[in-house]
Design a protein around this ligand. Sequence first.
Ligand code: PAD
Ligand code: ZN
Ligand code: ZN
Length: 375
Amino acid sequence: MSTAGKVIKCKAAVLRQLNKPFSIEEVEVAPPKAHEVRIKMVATGICRSDDHAVTGSIVVPLPVILGHEAAGIVESIGEGVTTVKPGDKVIPLFTPQCGKCRICKHPESNFCLTNDLGKPQGMLLDGTSRFTCKGKPIHHFIGTSTFSQYTVVDEIAVAKIDAAAPLEKVCLIGCGFSTGYGSAVKVAKVTPGSTCAVFGLGGVGLSVIMGCKAAGASRIIAVDINKDKFPKAKEVGATECINPQDYKKPIQEVIQEISDGGVDFSFEVIGRLDTMVASLLSCHGACGTSVIVGVPPDSQSLTVNPMLLLSGRTWKGAIFGGFKSKDSVPKLVDDFMAKKFSLDPLITNVLPFEKINEGFDLLRSGKSIRTILTF
Ligand code: PAD
Ligand code: ZN
Ligand code: ZN
């Protein structure tokens, strides 16, 4: 029996209080309104940004259904939807692409003005929620809310992908892989023969390494305080791995010494102010580029000496690897299907959705790269 047009009751992981486990609850998911799409979730990854929302490092209105790195199948569509249809395999887009705003029209930028990332409202574009629990509304998370058996997203926040794509793998194209890979190839524009340094070897940092390698970097220095991450970093392309705790002097000085004054490209993929500065100082003062990928704790600022930039450095950052999401995600899935990159090294654990709290524990203890929750 078709569920189109009806409220669907299903299970979702609800966060009601900061720093508390998710509770699996029965929620009601309303049918999609005009220009909206209801998706049956098949697989979702756990990204550190979800955990930032649990700890309050990213501030979002509660109660909320988190999750933003996923793949699923369209269950039904609202009026006026033309780019997807029921049965299509899709990836939700936490950075939407409206195609109309100044940023969408800009050839290089991707931070569409309709995003809910800067000052999150926790609602769909029309300002309301499609989720309720016992009659009370639950907030959306960055327009995706994938920790639910069903979710509703705006049409500008969902991309149709190859019908043959394995959803339990390509879900990572919804965030971690694309963010890291794009930060190297699209944001930094890593050049052949260059030297790179990558701070933080989680799912996103390892994807930065893959991007640096694909762009032809000849040296890739991987940096982490958890040495258990080193074998995987080498497997995906790091040429050397260093632990800042093994040195008495600041890690930027170590990197400057081994790279003739600083690397060509450095990446902060942790989300800490001190490592953002260390990463900046690790790139060469006259010709280096440093990219911020990690999300800093809410409302915190850095003070830097402008001379660090006046000498010729470039400092930049981007969401979602700088990719225009709706255009790029289907192409990235095609590249995956054509075996241009592998996602297997990023997937360390697969758990049923109900074990979401276990998945977060694995991330927090440094034991996992990506846990995929399957529905
Ligand atoms: P993760 O927690 O899996 O990886 C972070 C890594 O950093 C771990 O291996 C840690 O051991 C390591 N680390 C922690 N502290 C230090 C330190 N002081 N020095 C060196 N290494 C350290 O996270 P992730 O890969 O899922 O995400 C990384 C960051 O990227 C995180 O801040 C997340 O919120 C952000 C992110 N940004 C975007 C974006 O669009 N810009 C998208 C997705 C994730
Ligand atoms: Zn993410
Ligand atoms: Zn836009």
